[in-house]
Design a protein around this ligand. Structure first.
Ligand code: SF4
Length: 176
């Protein structure tokens, strides 16, 4: 499976972020349609079918929904890594256009930080996203400090009827 970075922007600043340096350096660098089509052609030629969309926050790309629809038309299976924090307008467009795509073709991995580390507005936005795409969402958690608890993830899975699956990531120490 290949990872495709759509933007170098994010609304969060997670201490363990793998893309921290990029997020600091450039705010306007987004993937072009030309490059997206090039990648889709490459996938078609290689028979690879799975692609992950990342950033930064991929949903901040101005053409995020159209990109997903295009990749779906090209018969690729898309997984979107997101913080789940989406502006109402983006979430509404995503709901309107993407809700009918079967889970096998479009899934989300939500990097679900502990609610205590989010503002109330962020938590509200994440909850709206979880409610909207419930069955297509796997929660993700990054191990980056010795003490952690996972119960809040299980609580959210049960509350929003999400996939009964947690993706655990192991963050590499970042010098400095
Ligand atoms: S949500 Fe993801 S991209 Fe954004 S700062 Fe956190 S780890 Fe980085």
């Amino acid at each position: 499976m290949a990872n495709l970075l759509l933007t170098e922007k994010c609304v969060r600043a997670c201490s363990y972020c793998f893309a921290k340096e990029y997020l600091k350096e450039s705010k306007e660098n987004v993937l072009s349609w030309e490059n997206l089509i090039y990648v889709a052609d490459l996938f078609e030629a290689s028979n690879e079918r799975h692609i992950s969309l990342l950033g930064g926050e991929p949903t901040l790309h101005p053409d995020f929904v159209d990109f997903v629809l295009y990749l779906f038309e090209r018969k690729l299976k898309v997984n979107v890594f997101t913080s789940g924090i989406m502006a109402n307008k983006i979430l509404e467009t995503a709901r309107k256009n993407l809700l009918n795509i079967p889970f096998e073709n479009l899934s989300f991995t939500c990097n679900y930080n502990h609610p205590d580390t989010s503002t109330s507005n962020e938590t509200k936005q994440i909850n709206k996203f979880l409610q909207s795409f419930s069955k297509s969402i796997t929660l993700g958690f990054n191990l980056y400090q010795p003490n952690f608890e996972l119960k809040y993830l299980v609580d959210a899975i049960l509350k929003y009827d999400l996939r009964k699956h947690i993706r655990l990531g192991l963050a590499q120490p970042i010098p400095g």
